[in-house]
Design a protein. Structure first.
Length: 171
């Protein structure tokens, strides 16, 4: 009987050590999984659609993260998606429209409506390699209406514009 009394504490200690080892391993794995899930929640995909005042999609609107360098543009239907940090502010810009800032939200699809800015639209000139402010263009800027061109008896568009636009030479 004395022999069995000596064996019991040894078996109990081995089982207790195994339990403690299992418990430590379980706690370590739980901590690792939680840290991965928390780091995964620090960014998410923000989705949305950009439209004008009439509800029409705006194609090619720029969406950037304020204070960051990531960004994207809207597709042919006005939709976009962008990987954003939690709580970030998105800046939406498009030529001829007032810039807008909205807070990104991971649970909803953003519907962003831009308003026309006709005041600054007249000061922007679209050139073959980008856009410039009207005051920085070197050269002549002239305009004519399509109604004036349609009234012209000329057969080609180039010849119809000669005489209506200063400095234009058509060959």
């Amino acid at each position: 009987m004395s022999h069995s009394l000596n064996v019991m504490p040894v078996l109990w200690n081995q089982n207790a050590n195994r339990f403690c080892s299992f418990k430590n391993t379980f706690l370590l794995l739980t901590f690792l999984l939680l840290s991965f899930s928390l780091s995964a929640q620090s960014t998410y995909i923000t989705r949305g659609k950009v439209i004008d005042e009439k509800g029409e999609p705006i194609i090619g609107a720029n969406i950037t993260i304020k204070g960051g360098n990531a960004g994207t543009v809207t597709d042919l239907e006005g939709y976009f998606q962008l990987k954003t940090p939690v709580g970030s502010i998105l800046k939406i810009t498009y030529v001829g429209y007032t810039d807008k800032e909205v807070k990104s939200d991971e649970h909803t699809v953003l519907h962003i409506q831009l308003e026309e800015n006709t005041r600054t639209l007249g000061e922007v000139v679209v050139v073959g390699y980008g856009e410039q402010k009207k005051v920085s263009v070197i050269g002549s800027i002239a305009t004519t209406s399509s109604k004036e061109l349609i009234k012209s008896p000329q057969g080609s568009l180039g010849n119809a514009m000669v005489g209506r636009l200063n400095g234009l030479v058509s060959v």
